[in-house]
Design a protein around this ligand. Structure first.
Ligand code: PEP
Length: 252
């Protein structure tokens, strides 16, 4: 819980394209059995083929589960895509949208990300909307303008639904690289994102949880999570080991 604002900490795992039925069984059981009594909410965003496994392993526990992406479309001739309704069918609560890997490897534009956030909400899912700058953009002094543009594209379409999203700041240069933004660097960007959220709607915007993502690990989580506008983490690599994922959650 963020003591000044009462935003409950959210620790979300992004497994990316990792896992197997056998490995997931161990990981899910480890997370489930260690998740009781935590001060943070927990969720794991798993590859689509493993949603049924996550649902069966985590049902009745305090751990939620979700997808890593969803289609912009509700249904139809979109071979290979997974709809928001399908994610809901498997009990998902969350879905990541606009992860930098989707933006860079799959050409997802701000408009597509905004459309996916709306689609998620229409299906009763909470979108975890990712924003973040590349190293070149940071070095050119464009961090604020890049993340503001990315977030505004989503805010512009949300209307009254602003309070229903989660935002994750993930500097691209810190994802999977072992380089973490310092707590102060991350807080500076989170404060800018908070200003935008509150500017769009003072009450709803101050309640939106802002996660940090980018090489968050047990040994740096406490300092990051202590910052005023860091309300949780989106965890890649360290979410693949139950004890690391839980250690991060215990730092909250
Ligand atoms: C991510 O992919 O969302 C992420 C934050 O990865 P990592 O923790 O491995 O940097």
């Amino acid at each position: 819980m963020n003591q000044t604002t009462m935003r409950r900490t959210l620790i979300a795992g992004n497994w990316k394209m990792n896992g197997s039925v056998a490995a997931n069984a161990v990981l899910l059981e480890g997370i489930r059995s260690g998740a009781g009594g935590l001060a943070a909410d927990l969720t794991v965003c798993v590859p689509s083929p493993y949603l049924a496994q996550a649902q069966s392993a985590l049902s009745g526990s305090v751990v939620a589960w979700g997808g890593q992406d969803l289609s912009l479309h509700a249904s139809g001739a979109y071979t290979g895509e997974v709809s928001g309704a399908m994610l809901r069918d498997f009990g998902c609560q969350f879905v990541i949208v606009g992860h930098s890997e989707r933006r860079s490897l799959h050409g997802e534009t701000d408009a597509i990300v905004a459309g996916k956030a709306l689609q998620a909400l229409a299906c009763g899912l909470t979108p975890i909307v990712c924003v973040g700058e590349t190293l070149e953009e940071r070095e050119a002094g464009h961090t604020d303008s890049v993340v503001s543009r990315q977030l505004k594209a989503v805010l512009d379409v949300l209307g009254q639904q602003l309070g229903k999203i989660v935002v994750a700041y993930e500097p691209v240069w810190a994802i999977g690289t072992g380089k973490t933004a310092t707590p102060e660097m991350a807080q500076q960007v989170h404060a800018q994102l908070r200003r935008l959220l509150v500017g769009a709607d003072a009450v709803a915007g101050s309640g939106v949880r802002l996660l940090y993502g980018g090489s968050m690990k047990p040994d740096n989580a406490r300092d990051l999570l202590a910052m005023a506008d860091i309300d949780g983490g989106l965890i890649g690599g360290a979410s693949l080991k139950a004890e690391d994922f839980l250690a991060i959650a215990r730092s909250a």
